[in-house]
Write a protein that binds this ligand. Structure first.
Ligand code: FMN
Length: 326
């Protein structure tokens, strides 16, 4: 079944109109990427964007990060692939996706007609796979940036995740930087590292234009009676409000060592959550698990964030970034 709705017409004047509606300037910049507001839909929770067009005015969003793209299509993990837990959920989708070539041919043409930044989330199990995916996307129009998911096992190094080792981060980010040409490269970090400043700095030194903090936290949900995992692939990744304060602390720590911008995500549901991430050092945020509660979560957040700024007498939302009084 296809949920793809006909694209709503692009409205070129919208960025300006929304940016200053109610006297509030919601615009933010991630290096050379200008967003009309700081609310971005997170990878894996908003499909390829177009599937949500019948429910959400995609033109209202600051950006959309599409489901992670691999060189070849992937079927993902066996079911069950999600379970609910206190304050969040654990997923083990297994990076199911249609493959980068089908994305470019079937999804991107409709998606790029919207007045929002489209970001391609890229992953691989070897450096050459990352480079191949970016190579295919380099021939396509309409992408604002790449988001590199480095929470993947490197099959050439015994399955150790790229994100856990600064040397491997340098290698994969360096190769992606070369392949990416002039498009900005955002690197999405894993939260399960000893010191986030070390992995974040490795990404910056290798050419990242921004870091995204963070991916899900490794987790295990068991059925106490039958002593089995609730997920088909045993372990998964925890997301949702439960991870928010831990991830905000990672954003804060990384902001103290980085010069490049940070995009924060983990458990965001309310305008206050957005503000907390920005105060801790984020220039923009992504919204993930909240879409499983309400598919319109990010669109509603754009409206409520604006109201929050009005109530706080804050004329420019970008002024929140790094404004922590420590
Ligand atoms: C069902 C599901 C699928 C996901 N798929 C991806 C993915 O393909 N690539 C990626 O980088 N992150 C993926 N993520 C991680 C989210 O983008 C996000 O980093 C994480 O869920 C934390 O944010 P949240 O608490 O707002 O959900 C996925 C998360 C969920 C819940």
């Amino acid at each position: 079944m296809s949920f793809t709705a006909p694209a709503q017409p692009k409205r070129p004047a919208l960025s300006q109109r929304r940016a200053v509606a109610g006297g509030i300037d919601l615009r933010v910049s991630i290096g050379s990427v200008s967003l009309k507001n700081p609310i971005i839909a997170a990878s894996g929770t908003f499909a390829y964007g177009v599937e949500f067009a019948h429910l959400v005015d995609l033109n209202r969003l600051g950006g959309i990060v599409v489901k992670g793209l691999s060189a070849q299509p992937m079927v993902g993990n066996p079911a069950p692939r999600m379970c609910e837990t206190v304050g969040g959920m654990v997923n083990a989708i297994g990076l199911q996706n249609i493959g980068v070539r089908a994305f470019v041919a079937e999804k991107l043409p409709a998606l790029r007609r919207y007045d929002t930044a489209v970001i391609a989330n890229v992953f691989g199990h070897s450096i050459s796979e990352y480079v191949e995916v970016i190579g295919v996307l380099e021939d396509a129009e309409g992408l604002a940036a790449y988001e590199l998911n480095i929470s993947c096992p490197n099959v050439e190094r015994g399955g150790i995740e790229y994100s856990s080792d600064p040397a491997q981060i340098a290698e994969v980010v360096g190769a992606a930087r070369k392949a990416a040409g002039r498009r900005p490269l955002w690197v999405k970090l894993s939260p399960s590292v000893g010191i986030i400043g070390i992995t974040a700095k490795a990404a910056e030194d290798a050419g990242a234009d921004a870091v995204v903090i963070a991916n899900t936290y490794p987790a295990l949900c068991l059925d106490s009676r039958n002593r089995r995992s609730l997920l088909g692939s045993t372990t998964g990744g925890l997301s949702g409000p439960a991870i928010r304060p831990i991830t905000i602390r990672l954003v804060y720590d990384a902001s103290r060592v980085l010069r490049i911008p940070i995009i924060g995500l983990g458990g965001i549901e309310s305008p206050a959550d957005v503000a907390e991430y920005m105060v801790a050092g984020a220039s923009a945020v992504e919204v993930g698990t909240a879409h499983f509660v309400d598919p319109q979560a990010s669109e509603k957040l754009v409206i409520s964030v604006e109201k929050w700024c009005q109530d706080e007498n804050l004329l420019e939302i970008s002024k929140l970034t790094g404004s922590i009084k420590a």
